[in-house]
Design a protein around this ligand. Structure first.
Ligand code: HEC
Length: 255
């Protein structure tokens, strides 16, 4: 059997491992391997292959022989010209493609639940969000009848104001939802109000999109500033309704 030249061997090993990674991660595990990680692995593999193949001087000479002959061998002048023209053109083309403007929407790292400020000014009063609680929450145990009246009042607030965006099933699928970006939040999802304290909701509902802090850039939320339209009482009532309808429990301060 004819021996495979060392140069080709080295290339085969490097590309074999590269496609092996892709095969194992993307095809078999169906779990994309991040490019940065793959680049790092490949760096060490190329370094390792070079270390092994250049261990002896003879090995180095054999490894580099095809490159040396391409550059020096008078009989390869034709190939040389082609390689030295084609390779730079390919690289230039690749770089040019990278520079073309992309029409994809820019990546937005928008924080959906930004950290709340510790105190907020709502209705002209300063509230400490770390201790603020829903004044009607106690009724749930103390006076269930009064509580259900409050939930009902909250349902009324919701139907008159919120369902257009957040949907009549509180799933974020209101009639306006399709036109909005960011989308109105789905309160049924365990990732929204189930994770939050009632004081957080009070702040978000009262101050809406414009009340979002810096980290929630780019501040294009259509969530209205409800302190301009609802009373404080109505906001606490609608919060009761959001939890009552979805069956979620608000997060408490003790947790
Ligand atoms: C014009 C559409 C619109 C209306 C009407 C609307 N919202 Fe929103 N709401 C949004 C959008 C969009 C978001 C998501 C972006 C954001 O967080 O600001 C949101 C977010 C929220 C959040 C934050 C939830 C979370 O998990 O952080 C709460 C709470 C909320 N809305 C409650 C309400 C209540 C209560 C009403 C009615 C009084 C209401 N919304 C009416 C569009 C709307």
């Amino acid at each position: 059997m004819q021996k495979i030249p060392k140069f080709i061997q080295a290339l085969l090993i490097v590309f074999g491992i590269y496609f092996g990674f892709i095969l194992v991660f993307d095809v078999i595990l169906d779990h994309l391997i991040p490019n940065s990680l793959l680049n790092m692995y490949m760096f060490f593999i190329v370094a390792g292959v070079l270390a092994v193949y250049t261990f002896t001087e003879e090995g180095t000479r054999e490894l580099l022989a095809p490159i040396k002959s391409l550059v020096e061998d008078p009989s390869k002048v034709g190939t040389r010209k082609i390689v030295f023209v084609v390779v730079p053109i390919l690289v230039a083309g690749y770089v040019f493609m990278q520079l073309l403007p992309s029409v994809e929407a820019p990546l937005e790292l928008r924080s959906i639940h930004p950290a709340p400020p510790s105190t907020v000014k709502i209705y002209g009063k300063r509230y400490d969000l770390r201790t603020l609680t829903n004044p009607y929450r106690e009724l749930e145990h103390e006076d269930p009848e009064e509580f259900s009246d409050m939930v009902e009042a909250g349902a009324d607030v919701y139907v008159r104001n919120c369902h257009f965006c957040h949907g009549d099933k509180l799933d974020g699928q209101g009639p306006y939802a399709a036109g909005l970006n960011p989308v109105p939040l789905n309160f049924q999802d365990v990732g929204t109000i189930a994770q939050l304290q009632e004081s957080f909701l009070f702040w978000r509902i009262a101050t809406g999109g414009p009340g979002l802090p810096d980290e929630a850039a780019p501040w294009i939320s259509s969530m209205p500033v409800w302190e301009e339209f609802l009373t404080e009482e109505e906001i606490w009532q609608v919060i009761l309704y959001l939890y009552d309808y979805t069956g979620h429990e608000p997060r408490s301060f003790e947790e």
